[in-house]
Design a protein. Structure first.
Length: 183
Protein backbone atom coordinates (compact mmCIF):
# COMPACT_ATOMS: atom_id res chain seq x y z
CA UNK A 1 0.00 0.00 0.00
CA UNK A 2 1.20 3.50 -0.80
CA UNK A 3 -0.22 6.78 0.52
CA UNK A 4 -0.43 9.87 -1.66
CA UNK A 5 -1.65 13.36 -0.94
CA UNK A 6 -4.75 13.91 -3.03
CA UNK A 7 -3.46 16.10 -5.81
CA UNK A 8 -5.50 14.25 -8.44
CA UNK A 9 -8.92 15.49 -7.45
CA UNK A 10 -10.76 13.78 -10.28
CA UNK A 11 -9.27 10.39 -9.56
CA UNK A 12 -9.89 10.71 -5.85
CA UNK A 13 -13.47 11.81 -6.22
CA UNK A 14 -14.24 9.26 -8.87
CA UNK A 15 -12.88 6.51 -6.67
CA UNK A 16 -15.44 7.28 -3.94
CA UNK A 17 -18.38 6.63 -6.25
CA UNK A 18 -20.30 3.55 -5.14
CA UNK A 19 -18.62 3.51 -1.73
CA UNK A 20 -21.34 5.54 0.04
CA UNK A 21 -24.69 3.81 -0.45
CA UNK A 22 -26.84 5.66 2.13
CA UNK A 23 -27.12 8.71 4.36
CA UNK A 24 -26.56 6.44 7.40
CA UNK A 25 -23.28 5.22 5.91
CA UNK A 26 -22.22 8.80 5.07
CA UNK A 27 -22.76 9.83 8.70
CA UNK A 28 -20.96 6.69 9.96
CA UNK A 29 -17.98 7.39 7.72
CA UNK A 30 -17.72 11.18 7.74
CA UNK A 31 -19.76 12.54 10.63
CA UNK A 32 -21.98 15.55 9.91
CA UNK A 33 -19.50 17.32 7.57
CA UNK A 34 -21.17 16.34 4.27
CA UNK A 35 -24.74 16.18 2.96
CA UNK A 36 -26.07 13.02 1.28
CA UNK A 37 -25.57 12.36 -1.57
CA UNK A 38 -21.91 13.30 -1.45
CA UNK A 39 -21.09 15.17 -4.64
CA UNK A 40 -18.12 16.71 -6.40
CA UNK A 41 -18.89 20.27 -5.19
CA UNK A 42 -18.73 19.28 -1.52
CA UNK A 43 -15.57 17.23 -1.99
CA UNK A 44 -13.69 19.87 -3.97
CA UNK A 45 -14.58 22.55 -1.39
CA UNK A 46 -13.25 20.27 1.34
CA UNK A 47 -10.06 19.33 -0.52
CA UNK A 48 -9.22 23.00 -1.23
CA UNK A 49 -8.47 23.52 2.46
CA UNK A 50 -5.24 21.59 1.95
CA UNK A 51 -3.90 24.42 -0.21
CA UNK A 52 -3.41 26.74 2.80
CA UNK A 53 0.14 27.58 3.86
CA UNK A 54 -0.42 25.89 7.24
CA UNK A 55 -3.17 23.41 6.35
CA UNK A 56 -5.12 21.99 9.25
CA UNK A 57 -5.84 18.83 7.30
CA UNK A 58 -4.10 16.35 5.02
CA UNK A 59 -6.10 13.88 2.96
CA UNK A 60 -4.60 10.72 1.53
CA UNK A 61 -5.62 8.01 -0.80
CA UNK A 62 -4.28 4.49 -0.35
CA UNK A 63 -3.14 2.73 -3.49
CA UNK A 64 -2.70 -0.99 -3.98
CA UNK A 65 0.77 -1.15 -5.50
CA UNK A 66 -0.01 -4.40 -7.36
CA UNK A 67 -2.65 -2.83 -9.62
CA UNK A 68 -2.53 0.93 -8.86
CA UNK A 69 -6.19 0.89 -7.73
CA UNK A 70 -7.39 3.26 -5.00
CA UNK A 71 -8.48 1.02 -2.10
CA UNK A 72 -8.90 3.53 0.71
CA UNK A 73 -8.82 7.08 1.95
CA UNK A 74 -7.85 8.72 5.20
CA UNK A 75 -7.60 12.17 6.67
CA UNK A 76 -5.46 13.68 9.39
CA UNK A 77 -7.56 16.70 10.28
CA UNK A 78 -8.12 19.26 13.01
CA UNK A 79 -4.36 19.76 13.23
CA UNK A 80 -3.51 22.00 16.15
CA UNK A 81 0.11 23.10 15.73
CA UNK A 82 0.22 24.70 19.19
CA UNK A 83 -0.73 21.55 21.05
CA UNK A 84 0.59 19.06 18.46
CA UNK A 85 -2.73 17.24 18.21
CA UNK A 86 -4.67 15.90 15.26
CA UNK A 87 -7.71 13.79 14.49
CA UNK A 88 -7.99 10.82 12.12
CA UNK A 89 -11.22 10.76 10.15
CA UNK A 90 -13.02 9.76 6.95
CA UNK A 91 -11.43 6.33 6.75
CA UNK A 92 -13.09 3.92 4.32
CA UNK A 93 -11.64 0.83 2.69
CA UNK A 94 -13.41 0.18 -0.58
CA UNK A 95 -15.04 -1.11 -2.51
CA UNK A 96 -16.80 -2.94 0.36
CA UNK A 97 -15.65 -6.44 -0.65
CA UNK A 98 -12.07 -5.41 0.19
CA UNK A 99 -12.96 -4.90 3.86
CA UNK A 100 -12.08 -7.37 6.63
CA UNK A 101 -8.77 -8.36 5.03
CA UNK A 102 -6.36 -6.32 7.12
CA UNK A 103 -6.17 -3.27 4.84
CA UNK A 104 -7.83 -0.97 7.38
CA UNK A 105 -5.19 -1.66 10.03
CA UNK A 106 -2.47 -1.20 7.41
CA UNK A 107 -3.95 2.17 6.38
CA UNK A 108 -4.39 3.46 9.94
CA UNK A 109 -0.82 2.47 10.85
CA UNK A 110 0.46 4.31 7.75
CA UNK A 111 -1.52 7.44 8.74
CA UNK A 112 -0.13 7.28 12.29
CA UNK A 113 3.42 7.06 10.95
CA UNK A 114 2.83 10.27 8.97
CA UNK A 115 1.14 11.96 11.94
CA UNK A 116 3.90 11.21 14.42
CA UNK A 117 6.99 11.26 12.18
CA UNK A 118 6.26 13.85 9.46
CA UNK A 119 3.82 16.13 11.28
CA UNK A 120 5.55 15.60 14.66
CA UNK A 121 2.24 15.33 16.50
CA UNK A 122 2.11 14.34 20.15
CA UNK A 123 -1.45 13.04 20.20
CA UNK A 124 -3.86 11.63 17.62
CA UNK A 125 -7.50 10.93 18.34
CA UNK A 126 -10.63 9.90 16.45
CA UNK A 127 -14.37 9.47 16.91
CA UNK A 128 -16.16 6.25 16.04
CA UNK A 129 -19.81 5.30 16.50
CA UNK A 130 -20.25 2.73 19.26
CA UNK A 131 -21.95 0.20 16.93
CA UNK A 132 -19.12 0.27 14.36
CA UNK A 133 -17.39 -2.83 15.72
CA UNK A 134 -15.10 -3.45 12.74
CA UNK A 135 -13.80 0.13 12.89
CA UNK A 136 -13.27 -0.06 16.69
CA UNK A 137 -11.33 -3.34 16.25
CA UNK A 138 -9.32 -1.78 13.43
CA UNK A 139 -8.36 1.20 15.61
CA UNK A 140 -7.57 -0.98 18.66
CA UNK A 141 -5.43 -3.23 16.46
CA UNK A 142 -3.55 -0.07 15.37
CA UNK A 143 -2.81 0.96 18.97
CA UNK A 144 -5.71 3.32 19.83
CA UNK A 145 -7.41 3.14 23.23
CA UNK A 146 -10.98 4.10 24.07
CA UNK A 147 -10.92 7.29 26.15
CA UNK A 148 -14.61 7.96 26.63
CA UNK A 149 -18.14 7.67 25.26
CA UNK A 150 -19.98 10.71 23.91
CA UNK A 151 -23.54 9.63 24.58
CA UNK A 152 -26.16 10.35 21.89
CA UNK A 153 -24.06 13.12 20.35
CA UNK A 154 -25.27 12.75 16.74
CA UNK A 155 -28.86 12.88 15.56
CA UNK A 156 -29.98 10.47 12.84
CA UNK A 157 -33.62 9.95 11.74
CA UNK A 158 -35.63 9.78 14.95
CA UNK A 159 -32.79 8.77 17.23
CA UNK A 160 -29.32 9.62 18.43
CA UNK A 161 -26.02 7.84 17.94
CA UNK A 162 -23.21 7.63 20.53
CA UNK A 163 -19.50 7.79 19.69
CA UNK A 164 -16.34 6.66 21.38
CA UNK A 165 -13.39 9.01 21.41
CA UNK A 166 -10.21 6.97 20.99
CA UNK A 167 -6.65 8.25 21.25
CA UNK A 168 -2.99 7.35 21.01
CA UNK A 169 0.07 9.31 22.20
CA UNK A 170 3.40 9.42 20.42
CA UNK A 171 5.25 7.32 23.01
CA UNK A 172 2.45 4.74 22.99
CA UNK A 173 2.69 4.56 19.20
CA UNK A 174 6.48 4.09 19.40
CA UNK A 175 6.11 1.33 22.02
CA UNK A 176 3.28 -0.33 20.07
CA UNK A 177 5.13 -0.20 16.76
CA UNK A 178 8.57 -1.02 18.18
CA UNK A 179 9.94 2.27 16.81
CA UNK A 180 12.68 3.87 18.90
CA UNK A 181 12.59 7.50 20.02
CA UNK A 182 13.59 10.06 17.39
CA UNK A 183 16.88 11.76 18.26
C1 LIG B 1 -13.56 0.45 9.37
C2 LIG B 1 -12.75 -0.05 8.18
C3 LIG B 1 -11.93 1.10 7.62
C4 LIG B 1 -11.79 -1.15 8.69
O1 LIG B 1 -11.04 -1.60 7.60
P1 LIG B 1 -10.97 -3.19 7.27
O2 LIG B 1 -9.98 -3.36 6.18
O3 LIG B 1 -12.33 -3.70 7.08
O4 LIG B 1 -10.40 -3.74 8.68
P2 LIG B 1 -9.32 -4.87 8.89
O5 LIG B 1 -9.53 -5.99 7.92
O6 LIG B 1 -7.97 -4.24 8.94
O7 LIG B 1 -9.78 -5.44 10.31
C5 LIG B 1 -9.59 -4.72 11.49
C6 LIG B 1 -10.14 -5.54 12.66
O8 LIG B 1 -11.56 -5.60 12.58
C7 LIG B 1 -11.98 -6.95 12.63
N1 LIG B 1 -13.20 -7.03 11.83
C8 LIG B 1 -13.30 -7.02 10.47
N2 LIG B 1 -14.63 -7.09 10.13
C9 LIG B 1 -15.32 -7.11 11.31
C10 LIG B 1 -16.71 -7.15 11.64
N3 LIG B 1 -17.66 -7.17 10.69
N4 LIG B 1 -17.07 -7.14 12.97
C11 LIG B 1 -16.12 -7.09 13.94
N5 LIG B 1 -14.78 -7.04 13.68
C12 LIG B 1 -14.41 -7.05 12.38
C13 LIG B 1 -10.83 -7.74 12.08
O9 LIG B 1 -10.86 -9.09 12.52
C14 LIG B 1 -9.67 -6.98 12.67
O10 LIG B 1 -9.53 -7.31 14.03
P3 LIG B 1 -8.30 -8.17 14.57
O11 LIG B 1 -7.09 -7.33 14.30
O12 LIG B 1 -8.60 -8.37 15.99
O13 LIG B 1 -8.33 -9.43 13.74
C15 LIG B 1 -13.68 -0.66 7.08
O14 LIG B 1 -14.41 -1.73 7.63
C16 LIG B 1 -14.61 0.34 6.43
O15 LIG B 1 -14.27 0.95 5.42
N6 LIG B 1 -15.83 0.52 7.01
C17 LIG B 1 -16.81 1.44 6.45
C18 LIG B 1 -16.44 2.92 6.67
C19 LIG B 1 -16.29 3.23 8.15
O16 LIG B 1 -17.16 2.93 8.96
N7 LIG B 1 -15.15 3.84 8.48
C20 LIG B 1 -14.82 4.19 9.86
C21 LIG B 1 -15.38 5.51 10.24
S1 LIG B 1 -14.92 5.94 11.92
Amino acid sequence: MNLHHKRLLTLSIYSLEGWIPSSAFLLQWAGPLFRYPLDRVQLVRHLKRMADEMPDLFIYKAIDLENELVIGHGKIGGIDYKNNCGTLCRIPIGPPQRRGKGLGVHLVKALLKIAFEQLALHRVDLYVFDFNNEAIRCYEASGFKKEGLLREARRFDNGYWSSYIMGILEHEWRDYSGISQAS
